[in-house]
Design a protein around this ligand. Structure first.
Ligand code: C5P
Length: 223
């Protein structure tokens, strides 16, 4: 890890649009992109394949340490198997948030995440990018939107991928995941005091991207 490599940390709750915003910001700046949620989703999926319970901390941590994952453009592979769509299901999201509450799993993924910090820069999205993984990030954004707006976005996303979805169930899942992510003892989801709040309830993705880029430009300006 090179501490001189700039990091933009974008944290926030599930379905807030942070993944899309982070990816677009990374593309614009020609930076690398880390989807840290995908790592937790992969660990959940690895546990499912191995028939390991998501509450069996030592076993799940072992899977996290030895995770054979590959990010290749828009595709994600687990043990050479393309799991890009499989890890996006609501069930995979639930499993991810269960394994993410285990301290040994978070510890196992810490160095792997920091390894993404390479030149010319990194945009990282997740829950604890600014607070734990990259506390020295030069720009920290907390991206959020109200739960109904997030459920509607997730609905559109799933339907667009040809998957089935139910609005009421999605809203319930989002609220349950918010509670689990904010209420856990380790690296809980919260806006840290040095993060800039960006509420996207009434903002398009492009507007949000523009705001992040403007903040980045301001942060890099020599006084
Ligand atoms: O962002 P995404 O919805 O893909 O993340 C899936 C789950 O992984 C989250 O609900 C959260 O529990 C966990 N996660 C985390 N820390 C991160 C990223 C994701 O705990 N940095």
């Amino acid at each position: 890890m090179d501490r001189h490599v700039p990091v933009i940390a974008i944290d926030g709750p599930s379905a807030s649009g942070k993944g899309t915003v982070a990816q677009k910001v990374a593309q614009h700046l020609h930076f690398h992109y880390l989807d840290s949620g995908a790592l937790y989703r992969l660990v959940g999926e690895a546990a499912r394949y191995a028939h390991v319970s998501t509450s069996d901390e030592p076993q799940v941590a072992r899977l996290a340490e030895t995770l054979n994952a590959r990010f290749d453009n828009d595709n994600i592979y687990l043990n050479q198997k393309n799991v890009t769509d499989a890890i996006r299901s609501e069930a995979a999201g639930k499993a991810a948030s269960e394994v993410a509450a285990l301290p040994l799993v978070r510890q196992a993924l810490l160095l792997r995440q920091r390894g993404f910090r390479t030149k010319p820069g990194l945009v990282a999205d997740g829950r604890d990018m600014g607070s734990v993984v990259f506390p020295d990030a030069m720009l920290k954004i907390y991206l959020t939107a109200d739960p109904a707006a997030r459920a509607a976005r997730r609905y559109k996303q799933l339907i667009g991928k040809g998957m089935s979805a139910n609005m009421a169930a999605l809203l319930q899942d989002i609220k349950a995941r918010d509670d689990r992510d904010s209420g856990r003892a380790i690296a809980p989801l919260h806006k840290s005091s040095d993060a800039i709040l960006l509420d996207t309830t009434n903002l398009s993705i492009d507007d949000a991207v523009e705001q992040v880029l403007a903040r980045y430009a301001a942060a890099t300006q020599v006084p």
